[in-house]
Design a binder for this molecule. Structure first.
Ligand SMILES: Cc1cc2nc3c(=O)[nH]c(=O)nc-3n(C[C@H](O)[C@H](O)[C@H](O)COP(=O)(O)O)c2cc1C
Length: 152
């Protein structure tokens, strides 16, 4: 089963022909939704840096990074901070996309730019409500990607 953000990532991959990388933590989150919500809150308050389960060996090969995440407590999951601290995205174009229950990006786009001051973080990323994710189609994503004016 796909998560919401993962589903969008797959559509973006089909549109762009890029490569997928799953930001996954070593420790799995509880199966119980409310327990995960509580844990996410604690991790955010503690500024935790959960360990990642896998790593990118050839980050230098990529010029464009679509960075996707669910909104957790009006922020990114702390694992995204682990990721951004692990990789230097200087000079790359970073395109945020997110899913949420209503908060959209919150302040995450500027947080990404602060973490990666020398990256070009686009401000017209894509944020989709969780209730609309299943209705997102290839054509919608294609239109958005084309609006970014990138060349692959
Ligand atoms: C720990 C946690 C915290 C969340 N906090 C927010 C929030 O602050 N604002 C919001 O709109 N949605 C919030 N949500 C809802 C998720 O952002 C939303 O359901 C998202 O689409 C889940 O994506 P996923 O299936 O890729 O995990 C939260 C969900 C979790 C698990």
């Amino acid at each position: 089963m796909y998560g919401n953000t993962q589903y969008l990532a797959h559509l973006i991959q089909r549109v762009t022909g890029g490569e997928l990388f799953l930001i996954q933590t070593e420790a799995r989150y509880p199966a119980d939704y409310d327990a995960t919500v509580t844990q996410g809150d604690k991790e955010g308050k503690a500024k935790a840096r959960p360990k990642l389960a896998s790593h990118i060996e050839n980050i230098a090969d990529y010029e464009i990074v679509f960075l996707g995440f669910p909104n957790w407590w009006y922020d990114m999951p702390m694992a995204l901070y682990t990721f951004l601290e692990e990789y230097d995205l200087s000079g790359k174009t970073v395109i945020p996309f997110s899913t949420s229950g209503g908060s959209g990006f919150s302040d995450t786009v500027s947080s990404i730019q602060s973490q990666e001051p020398k990256a070009k973080v686009v401000t017209n990323g894509l944020t989709v409500l969780d209730s609309n994710v299943a209705n997102s189609k290839f054509e919608d994503i294609d239109k958005w990607v084309k609006s970014l004016g990138l060349s692959f």
